[in-house]
Design a protein around this ligand. Structure first.
Ligand code: GLU
Length: 422
């Protein structure tokens, strides 16, 4: 068996295209078949190299490798040859320079793996242009010639192409080729019930990457758009998904793209990944933001990452949550100052900074001991000091455990930040 993904490089790889690529890829792997990447760049005006590069990069990033790759722009001779053949056989005629296929009057049966049999009547179809007068093939003609010559056994594509399928079967039959089987994947809608738009998630895969989504998270979410790895088994990697993937189990009803769900799925993959690998992925983000210099203490960084790994939806979230660990000085909002800093708390910060400056080694456990000692001496409740100290150290009212935060911050910064407040 052999399938293909056939993007047009007239735009970036979006969620819908990536889902089509992924389902073809999973189907090929599950069936031990071949996966062809066919670049449909017959529109020489609108096809752009930057789009092709982005599509290939995104496919690689997602882990969707191909067995063969073709560019339709290099195959114009082949389309011309088959158009000539249809002219000679009088199945097509010329109108100016254009080559047009006569539409036979008949019923067309299509076998769809998801929808079973689909029957069309060609009576409503007009004669079809195969070659345009500028010498370029139409989408359907190039698509059929290629699917046939590349020996594609299953055409898996979005439901938006369902009306193209009978027209293409007619071309197969005219050329004397055996039509493939089809599978039309359900549409992806926005949460507002409309077509997927920029606002509802139709953004380039490369943008999700820039926003700090993991490839595994995006791939995992994409597979849920029309298929399910099983009850309570939503979080899976590609290899696991392939083991249970079945094209016949793909839904007929449209899928809904949910940004919240994508973020949740991604958070699960961040949580499952090792601290080392998440640290590795975070480094470019931190460098770009100026939070790291070329030389940095990797152990310390991993320490900070491990504090936050369990609560990040995206890598970018880390920059917001953990900024205090990288900035020289933190900002405390006026509102937080008013609520948490007063003469009494400032006095306590100074006492705590003195206490902590004697803690050695500066581990979470030892820092906690010092903190508890002070609480006892002052005869106050721990909670009365925890929240103001967190704000003093991080500028935030919520975050991971205070003592782990201190350890990650290090003695010098912890002591200094407490001492600085006046
Ligand atoms: N180039 C077409 C598209 O991007 C391919 C459709 C097909 O899979 O046949 O929509």
């Amino acid at each position: 068996m052999k399938v293909r993904f056939a993007p047009s490089p007239t735009g970036y790889l979006h969620i819908g295209g990536a889902r089509t690529a992924l389902f073809n890829w999973m189907y090929a792997k599950a069936q031990k078949g071949q996966f062809v990447l066919r670049v449909e760049d017959t529109d020489l005006e609108r096809s752009k190299k930057k789009f092709l590069d982005e599509i290939l990069d995104s496919m690689k990033w997602l882990g969707l490798s191909w067995d063969e790759i073709y560019l339709q722009s290099e195959r114009f001779d082949i389309y011309r040859e088959y158009a000539e053949k249809l002219l000679t056989e009088k199945k097509a005629y010329k109108e100016g320079e254009a080559v047009i296929l006569k539409m036979p009057q008949k019923q067309i049966k299509i076998y769809d793996l998801i929808r079973d049999e689909i029957i069309f009547d060609t009576a409503t179809l007009k004669d079809q242009v195969l070659m345009k007068s500028d010498g370029s093939p139409t989408y359907s003609f190039a698509c059929v010639v290629d699917d046939a010559l590349m020996e594609i056994t299953h055409v898996v594509r979005g439901e938006d192409h369902i009306s193209n399928s009978p027209k293409q079967v007619i071309i197969y039959e005219a050329l004397g080729f055996k039509p493939p089987k089809f599978a039309h994947l359900p549409l992806i809608m926005g949460e507002d019930g409309g077509r997927l738009s920029k606002r509802t998630g139709a953004v380039a895969v490369s943008d999700y990457r820039k926003d700090g989504f993991l490839a595994q998270g995006v791939v995992n979410y994409l597979m849920l758009l029309g298929w399910s790895p099983g009850p309570n088994k939503e979080i899976v990697n590609l290899e696991k998904a392939v083991e249970s993937f079945s094209i016949k189990k793909v839904n007929k009803t449209s899928a809904v793209f949910s940004m919240d769900k994508l973020r949740w799925v991604n958070s699960q993959h961040i949580k499952q990944a090792s601290t080392e690998s998440i640290t590795e992925l975070l480094i470019p983000f931190l460098l770009e933001k100026g939070y790291l210099s070329e030389e940095f203490d990797r152990k310390r960084l991993e320490n900070v990452v491990s504090l936050f790994k369990g609560r990040l939806a995206t890598l970018a979230d880390f920059l917001d949550w953990a900024d205090f660990a990288f900035l020289e000085n933190i900002d405390v909002s006026d509102e937080n100052k008013k609520q948490f800093f007063n003469a009494e708390s400032v006095k306590r910060f100074h006492l705590l900074s003195k206490k902590l400056s004697n803690v050695d080694p500066f581990t979470a456990q030892e820092a906690e001991k010092g903190f508890r000692d002070l609480v006892k001496e002052l005869d106050i409740k721990a909670a009365d000091l925890v929240h103001p100290v967190r704000v003093a150290l991080t500028g935030k009212t919520i975050g991971p455990g205070l003592f782990e935060t201190m350890e990650a911050l290090g003695k010098e910064k912890t002591v200094c930040r407490l001492k600085q407040i006046s």
